[in-house]
Design a protein around this ligand. Structure first.
Ligand SMILES: [Zn+2]
Length: 128
């Protein structure tokens, strides 16, 4: 299986820090689950994927650019990534999980970060 990013990169850590502060119990490195979600609440069957905007093609995002050189190579590669993401998420849903996707850019802007924290609280059912 092709890997498009490494474990423990910054955006994932950002999400984990938010969840720790919220008192959410979660596990990481869920390599036994489809697509190895970055954060998993096994008891509540909730999983979070933290996606880099470039590799995973965040729709309408400024970071989701395509290199001018070898554009067809990149487009094919990106398409494979997107299709794989969709497939893995389908597989995980079939196992009864609820899924949330977090995009890298949502951790970088104050305004987006506030919205993300709200979504995470709601998703994990903590606070209000
Ligand atoms: Zn983005």
């Amino acid at each position: 299986m092709a890997r498009v990013r490494q474990k423990g990169t910054k955006p994932e850590i950002g999400v984990r820090e938010i969840l720790s502060r919220l008192g959410v119990e979660y596990s990481t490195n869920a390599t036994d689950l489809p697509g190895s979600p970055d954060v998993v609440d096994r008891r509540g069957k909730r999983a979070v994927y933290v996606h880099g905007c470039f590799w995973h093609r965040h729709g309408g995002c400024v970071a989701s650019t395509t290199p001018a050189r070898n554009a067809s190579f990149w487009n094919e590669k990106f398409q494979q990534n997107v299709q794989r993401d969709a497939r893995k998420k389908r597989e995980l849903r079939r196992l009864g999980f609820t899924i949330m996707t977090v995009w890298e850019c949502q951790l970088k802007q104050e305004e987006k970060l506030a919205r993300l924290k709200k979504r995470l609280r709601k998703f994990f059912g903590v606070g209000n």
